[in-house]
Design a protein around this ligand. Structure first.
Ligand code: BTN
Length: 266
């Protein structure tokens, strides 16, 4: 196992002419990198926390994120962005596309796709998840947020198969082990590049990038929301990143959140 190493991450960033100031917090163990970074005092830098393991890694809907030591990426990026909350629908899709881009040719060659709103899947097995948390927001002003990324890298689902929630790693996909430090640098660069485009040009500028990697497109799906479930056919996303769903009665809905699954799968 190659440990997390700030010098290797910084060298890779400099090699790619990345110049924004970053403060790293690389930890052996932490309860949750998202929780840790939220408690740091905000400076004028991008804060990045990565850990070898998390004892209470958090997923969406209060789920647990399994975080074995030294194998995968558990990374939280804290950043203040020049946009307020109502403009942020579509952000999780943009971060999903940033992770997809950070994987480079692996993502396209192996047909890795994004399941709205923010899971990366390979052959219907989960490779990566995203947990975005807002720390504070000012109407018409800045939003201080944490982007938490869990990416399965060198662990293998053969050792710990889960029938209820099938998962996979980059090792399962490629039969190769990866240096996580290089991947973390790639993630940081792509998250910054995608955030910049999102803020300056909006979600609509990502529609052509989204369409070919949309896992749910034209599938018969169920969306679970706090108010109940909706079933129908997924018709892609609109210009704000909302999921377009035509229900079984032919009524069109545009959804901003929810847990999605393909009907009849699993
Ligand atoms: C999900 O798919 O439910 C989201 C999973 C997000 C997991 C990452 S790991 C790094 C960061 N710290 C956490 O506690 N959670 C996120």
């Amino acid at each position: 196992m190659i440990p997390l190493n700030e010098t290797t991450i910084r060298n890779h960033l400099s090699k790619n002419a990345y110049a924004l100031p970053i403060q790293f917090h690389l930890l052996e163990t932490v309860d949750s990198t998202n929780r840790f970074i939220k408690e740091q005092l905000k400076c004028n830098t991008i804060d990045v926390c990565c850990a070898e393991t998390q004892t209470q890694g958090r997923g969406r809907f209060g789920r647990h994120w399994h975080s074995p030591f030294g194998e995968n990426i558990y990374c939280s990026i804290r950043q203040q962005i020049d946009a307020d909350m109502p403009q942020l629908s579509g952000l999780s899709l943009v971060i999903g596309m940033a992770i997809h881009a950070a994987l480079g040719p692996i993502a396209t060659e192996h047909n890795i796709r994004i399941k709205w709103p923010n899971d990366l899947l390979w052959c219907s097995q989960k490779l990566s998840g995203i947990l975005i948390e807002v720390i504070s927001t000012q109407p018409g002003g800045y939003t201080d947020l944490v982007i938490g990324i869990g990416l399965n890298v060198n662990s293998t689902a053969h050792d710990e198969p889960r029938i209820d929630k099938p998962w996979c790693s980059l090792y399962d996909i490629t039969s190769q082990r990866f240096n996580r430090n290089i991947l973390i640098a790639q993630l940081i660069m792509e998250v910054e590049r995608h955030l910049h485009q999102f803020i300056s040009q909006g979600f609509a500028s990502f529609l052509t990038q989204w369409q070919p990697i949309d896992y749910l497109y034209h599938q018969s799906i169920t969306v679970t929301q706090p108010t109940g479930t909706l079933s129908g056919r997924a018709q892609g996303v609109n210009e704000a990143g909302l999921l377009v769903l035509v229900d079984d009665a032919g009524v069109q809905h545009e959804l901003s959140s929810g847990d999605t699954s393909i009907r009849g799968a699993g």
